[in-house]
Design a protein around this ligand. Structure first.
Ligand code: ATP
Length: 441
């Protein structure tokens, strides 16, 4: 078997900016592995801030990796320098989301596209000029555009210029970082078609970053779903869209009207996620998705209703977020639950969350104790009491990468894929509605 065009193993990129909040680095990419075969398109999706851009920049060598390995056709290109770096960067280029700000407005279009050729001393000046004319025509621009300035172009044309520039040095691999998100919908389709034509013509390999799932479904052969610096699911595009396995993917897809994921028996209702992602400076221990997971595994030993579990999880998250952000209780609850009349005391929060919930005595004792501790300002002790009683494998262990379906092509990182637990889809169906009930409380 030939070596893949790109192989990424347990890649990490931490930003250590000696931040205001102590010494914890921002774990923008936190242990990502995947391979890219020649000529394929891998779509990369996930919420804003989950690390997509950082991953893209790191795999083309614009950022140094903190840990892990990147190989290109079997050659180690992690953090290389000098001639090796130049050779790799020539081969791996990036197209940015916002062509308006990524292109230098003081240079003519010809100069912009020629710049990488000049920088690499590509052939003779005359050859470079010819190459630029050729590139402009390949991306659907005309010769006279060579002498114009970026401000004279529309967004779609600017993106064509960005693509021409990225192709100048005849790379094999392009990271396309939300290349159409800043464009009008009508223009998006034309740029996507252009990218597909260029891929076919030059045998290019793409890492296509997008938050628009329908664009990814159209263009990608495989799709990787990213959450808080991790790839939680990766597989052939249609398989992931039709039979998503990870609860995060299931939730993302459930938000698309008419999504076919419902055909796979996931659920027809939208699966809402609680709150916002945790800070990448302080990701949860165990599974990165645990604090928002609608399919989180409950520990054994308590027989509680789904509504009770949802209330307990919400209580834990409020405590955790308040302790870490140093926000007031009122503000934390307001942000999470969107209630205008947020409680000022933990006892009130407890009443709000557990209003319609009956807890058995042993569970109620733990919740009461945690409320008392929190009221005394002992948030960590309160969190620990709740974790001791109600924590599960999701809070304490990082899930393995499980193969799904036939062969290794589709994988997902969730403890529920372990034989001992119920799979995600039926659990999500059973729990549908329990998050909303808390919000409406
Ligand atoms: N140079 C930097 N220094 C410190 N933190 C950074 C830096 N660049 C990115 N980050 C942080 O790393 C995390 C991941 O950011 P990144 O831009 O990679 O996410 P993203 O998924 O591409 O988001 P978006 O869709 O909004 O572009 C964020 O918390 C971001 O604030």
């Amino acid at each position: 078997m030939t070596d893949p065009l790109l192989a990424v193993e347990d890649l990490r990129k931490y930003y250590d900016d000696g931040g205001l909040f102590g010494d914890d680095p921002v774990k923008a990419v936190d242990g990502v592995s995947f391979e890219l075969s020649e000529g394929e398109t891998l779509g990369l999706v996930g919420e804003s801030g989950c690390g997509k851009t950082t991953l893209g920049r790191t795999v083309v060598g614009l950022e140094d990796a903190t840990d892990g390995r990147i190989t290109s056709r079997g050659r180690d290109v992690t953090n290389v320098s000098g001639a090796e770096r130049r050779a790799f960067q020539q081969n791996a280029q990036i197209v940015f989301q916002d062509p308006e700000s990524s292109l230098n407005d003081r240079m003519t279009v010809g100069e912009i596209v020629r710049e990488p050729l000049d920088g690499h001393g590509w052939q003779s000046p005359r050859d470079r000029e010819e190459r630029v004319f050729d590139l402009l025509s390949r991306v659907g621009l005309r010769e006279e555009h060579y002498y114009r300035y970026p401000h004279q172009f529309s967004g779609g044309q600017l993106q064509r210029i960005g693509i021409a520039r990225a192709l100048a040095l005849e790379p094999d691999f392009l990271v396309l970082d939300e290349p159409v998100s800043a464009l009008d919908v009508s223009v998006q389709a034309r740029i996507i078609n252009l990218l597909e034509d260029l891929q076919e013509e030059f045998g290019l390999t793409y890492l296509f970053i997008a938050h628009d799932l329908s664009v990814v479904r159209h263009i990608a052969d495989r799709v990787a779903v990213m959450y808080l610096g991790n790839l939680v699911e990766l597989g052939p595009t249609e398989r992931v869209f039709r039979t998503p396995h990870h609860p995060y993917t299931q939730s993302l897809l459930s938000a698309i009207p008419g999504s076919q994921a419902a055909d796979a028996g996931v659920t027809e209702e939208e699966i809402p996620l609680r709150g916002t992602p945790p800070s990448p400076r302080d990701p949860p221990e165990g599974c990165a998705f645990a604090t928002r997971c609608p399919a989180k595994i409950h520990p054994e030993g308590y027989d509680l209703s789904e509504q009770a579990w949802a209330a307990i999880e919400e209580f834990r998250t409020v405590l955790r977020e308040r302790a870490r952000s140093e926000r007031s209780l009122v503000e934390t609850v307001r942000r999470r639950l969107g209630v205008s009349d947020a409680p000022e005391e933990f006892a009130e929060l407890q009443s709000l969350l557990f209003a319609d919930v009956t807890l058995p005595a042993d569970a109620a004792d733990v919740v009461d104790r945690a409320t008392e501790l929190a009221a005394e300002g002992r948030d960590e002790a309160a969190s620990a009491a709740l974790a001791d009683a109600f924590g599960s494998v999701c809070d304490s262990e990082t899930p393995a990468d499980y193969e799904r379906g036939d062969g290794a092509a589709h994988r997902s990182r969730c403890h529920r894929h372990d034989e001992g637990y119920a799979e995600t889809a039926p659990v999500l169906r059973d729990r549908a509605g329990s998050v909303e009930r808390i919000r409406d409380a």
